[in-house]
Design a protein around this ligand. Structure first.
Ligand code: FDM
Ligand code: MG
Length: 297
């Protein structure tokens, strides 16, 4: 007899814990500068959600694992500014390895716009699995998502790469039910704390510019706000519920603030609010889990 490996018992337990019909999961995104505590707080929220009977998973973007996203290794090479640990590449014969190493070396010095589109493609690669998870009642806690995509690329201040341009390729991805922006007081405070690694963006002056970009992106942070009248470029994030959480407390204090910030979004998802899409906030999934209006906008 085959073991019962279909996950049904766990699902039944989650339903029993909720004592309510199974609803869709929520997409909860953590954003912020490097070293602001996103990884600690996203793991903490995951544990808290599970302890309360939620079916929940921790995701991160960029997804660097090639088993989940073909763009992962290219983005990893781009961020590390080098091809691979030993110049080697996994799998295949010597010819394949050389070709893969060449691809990663090229990725390490990729054009800014191409790199930006790769980060977006990385989210698009994960879109089917993300929608499946939400449909199945799994709450996804994501360590970075589309707001990082816009803030980090726009911070380069390249001609033609303003926030509107940077936001466009993510149009049609599932919108977060809430973005928790962990605010550690701007790049300066974090730089003083030290401990940056050696990846491409882990440079104090650049982090300060990323902080300015996040500010512009998150400014109209009213839940459900329809964006300002002005429709300025800073409005791209205006229709996404956003909570700014002071990240300068203890881990427990910040976790409590995060829990309060995500509660309304969890409740709305549970009550059947549709999954919406970036960036226009139109419904993407019906309550029955059907996709509306095609994949892209
Ligand atoms: N980053 C992350 C981007 O530049 N664009 C994106 O779309 C995303 C999701 O990648 F510096 C940057 C932000 C950060 C780097 O992320 C890797 P982690 O979380 O620091 O590993
Ligand atoms: Mg980092």
């Amino acid at each position: 007899m085959a073991p019962a490996a279909d996950g049904a018992p766990a699902a039944a337990a989650a339903d029993a814990a909720d004592a309510r019909p199974r609803r869709r999961g929520a997409l909860i995104v953590f954003e912020g500068l490097d070293r602001c505590g996103k990884t600690t707080q996203s793991a903490r929220l995951l544990a808290d959600l599970r302890a309360r009977g939620h079916d929940a998973e921790l995701w991160r973007f960029p997804e660097r694992d090639p088993a989940r996203a073909a763009t992962g290794p290219l983005i990893d090479a781009y961020l590390k500014k080098k091809a691979a640990p030993d110049g080697g590449a996994a799998g295949g014969g010597p010819g394949d390895a050389a070709a893969q190493a060449a691809a990663l070396a090229a990725a390490a010095s990729m054009d800014d716009a191409a790199a930006h589109l790769l980060f977006s493609a990385n989210r698009w690669e994960r879109r089917p699995a993300l929608l499946s998870a939400l449909r199945a009642g799994v709450t996804v806690v994501a360590d970075r998502y589309a707001h990082s995509g816009v803030a980090y690329s726009a911070a380069k201040r390249r001609p033609g790469m303003d926030r509107g341009w940077c936001a466009a390729p993510d149009s049609g991805l599932p919108a977060p039910d809430v973005v928790v922006f962990l605010d550690a007081g701007g790049g300066g405070a974090l730089a003083a704390r030290g401990g940056y690694g050696e990846e491409r963006y882990e440079v104090p002056a650049f982090q300060a510019e990323v902080a300015r970009q996040f500010d512009a992106l998150l400014r109209p942070s009213t839940p459900g706000a329809a964006g300002g009248e002005g429709e300025g470029e800073g409005e791209v994030g205006g229709r996404v519920r956003c909570a700014r959480v002071d990240a300068r407390g203890t881990v427990d204090e910040v976790a409590a603030a995060v829990a309060a910030a995500v509660a309304p979004a969890l409740e709305e998802a549970r009550a059947g609010a549709p999954v919406r899409r970036l960036w226009d906030g139109e419904p993407l999934l019906t309550e029955e889990g059907e996709e509306q209006g095609g994949a892209a906008k």
